[in-house]
Write a protein that binds this ligand. Structure first.
Ligand code: ATP
Length: 296
């Protein structure tokens, strides 16, 4: 039997008492895809990854990894994870850490090979305690590569890293993924998702609210925002204009999100005393707020 999907979630829910952490997620990830699981705090990302790792069971629905129950996939060495934190011994060198972990398993990739693929060969002799946060994450990545997993799960792997550390970390992940490994990573960072994933699955409040490439997710929020200074803005009138999606008032400033901003600008300048107009395109950041806010 060939495996058609690396990850398959079928109407998966997970409750913790009264808390509905995951509220019906359907998701298929094909082998070789690099997917960002993007969402705000509490969206259900970690809960979902824990179920994929077999660390917890869904309340309802089906979870499969490489065509098997998660625990079986792990027992076959098909899945590895890089978590945000987790025990590394500070007094061991980078190479000793990888060699020690390799000695615990029957079959692993070679130590030198995983050091090279995670981009830390030159750090092999350095004590772990002297490595930067980004270097330690690449060491965790090296450890995760030892069983040569088909699927790599990463839960917010770059939290707390500086820009350079993040770039080096993702450089190593992307390079490795180009050989066909499936990668699913959870992140809060819109830019990170847009830059490093082939596909973004946007989650909010335990549900998938958008799924596509970075540009598709951005296109969902096509349209622009007109910002103007207008004390006592007539929100009702603005909302009634054609092509207006939403209107927000913050103090003396009004923000009008619209598909047709020309009409809004013309109205504001010719029929009201609004001034200081500014028109901007919506970025992924706003797409995110827009799409996840829409679920509220
Ligand atoms: N063991 C638990 N017991 C009770 N509630 C939990 C438990 N684990 C998670 N939750 C709740 O489930 C919801 C989803 O949490 P989860 O950690 O999956 O979100 P997340 O998307 O990973 O968020 P973050 O980005 O903050 O890590 C939250 O409301 C959280 O408080």
């Amino acid at each position: 039997m060939t495996t058609q999907t690396a990850v398959s979630l079928r109407d998966v829910t997970k409750n913790f008492g009264d808390v509905e952490a995951v509220r019906g997620i359907d998701l298929d990830i094909a082998p070789g895809e690099v997917v960002a699981f993007l969402g705000p705090n509490g969206a259900g990302k970690t809960t979902t990854i824990d179920m994929l790792l077999g660390l917890s069971q869904p309340t309802s629905g089906e979870v499969e990894v490489m065509g098997m129950k998660p625990r079986d996939a792990i027992a076959h060495g098909l899945v590895s994870a890089v978590m945000q934190t987790g025990g590394l011994l500070k007094d061991m060198t980078v190479r000793e850490t990888v060699a020690y972990m390799a000695s615990l398993f029957a079959n692993t990739e070679s130590v030198d090979d995983v050091l090279k693929r995670s981009g830390i060969s030159q750090l092999a002799a350095r004590k772990v305690g002297k490595c930067s946060g980004g270097e330690q994450q690449r060491l965790r990545f090296a450890l995760a590569l030892l069983p040569d997993p088909a699927l790599l799960l990463l839960d917010e792997p770059t939290t707390g890293m500086d820009v350079e550390g993040r770039r080096a970390f993702w450089g190593a992940i992307r390079e490795d993924a180009s050989r066909g490994r499936t990668v699913l990573f959870a992140t809060h960072y819109l830019e990170e998702a847009d830059q490093y994933a082939d596909r973004i699955v946007l989650v909010s409040k335990g549900k998938v609210v958008a799924d596509g490439t970075g540009s598709q997710v951005k296109a969902l929020a096509s349209g622009r925002t007109v910002r103007a200074t207008w004390p006592a803005a007539d929100v009702e009138r603005l909302t009634a204009l054609g092509g207006v999606d939403s209107v927000e008032v913050r103090g003396d400033t009004v923000h009008v999100h619209a598909k047709d901003t020309d009409t809004v600008a013309r109205y504001l300048l010719s029929e009201t005393n609004a001034r200081d107009l500014e028109i901007t395109a919506r970025g992924l950041e706003e797409a995110f707020i827009n799409l996840t806010g829409a679920q509220a």
